[in-house]
Design a protein around this ligand. Structure first.
Ligand SMILES: [Zn+2]
Length: 176
């Protein structure tokens, strides 16, 4: 089973509304379904809000809040789980690591939803870079699930989309 990931911000994808149209084009060509894993499916740019994506992608869009990064939200302060949060803050001190893992809301329930989708899922976030995004953590968990063989990041969206294998796959092959 093959999965895809991507992020819509940055210079490697078209700007503004044409970018959403390009996403739709890729989704139709590749027979993907977009699994939006943003914690809050909202953007300053109206084309990236949930309602707009539902409209442009029709049945090929689903928001999976379970795979959202609870640490991503801005604009308000809500302590979702103080003790778990403090554990995470202290973990690097305890382990000597300097990186802070994202806090995925409900990884297993979210992966169940992704695996139940009827066609190859494109896990969508806003972050341009896979390795700076919580989709890395989601992908690492997804590839451990039975039957998941390949995870491919779509780095550039145009003129041709560029697929970079993250887990599995032959590096020359077609993923269409
Ligand atoms: Zn992200």
């Amino acid at each position: 089973m093959l999965f895809f990931t991507t992020g819509y911000l940055g210079d490697r994808t078209p700007k503004g509304d044409p970018k959403a149209a390009r996403l739709r084009q890729m989704v139709m060509e590749q027979d993907w379904i977009v699994a939006d894993i943003r914690d809050v499916p909202w953007s300053q740019a109206p084309c990236w809000r949930k309602a707009a994506l539902e409209q442009i992608l029709g049945g090929r869009y689903v928001h999976i809040p379970q795979l959202g990064n609870a640490t991503k939200r801005t604009g308000q302060i809500t302590i979702r789980d103080m003790e778990a949060g403090l554990d995470r803050v202290l973990a690097p001190v305890r382990t000597g690591s300097t990186s802070y893992a994202p806090l995925i809301r409900d990884m297993e329930a979210g992966l169940d939803r992704v695996l139940a989708l009827p066609r190859p899922a494109l896990l969508l976030c806003c972050c341009p870079n896979f390795f700076d995004c919580h989709r890395e953590e989601v992908a690492r968990a997804l590839v451990k699930r039975p039957g998941v063989t390949n995870i491919v990041e779509i780095t550039h969206w145009e003129p041709m989309y560029t697929a970079v294998p993250i887990f599995g796959g032959d590096r020359e092959g077609s993923y269409a």
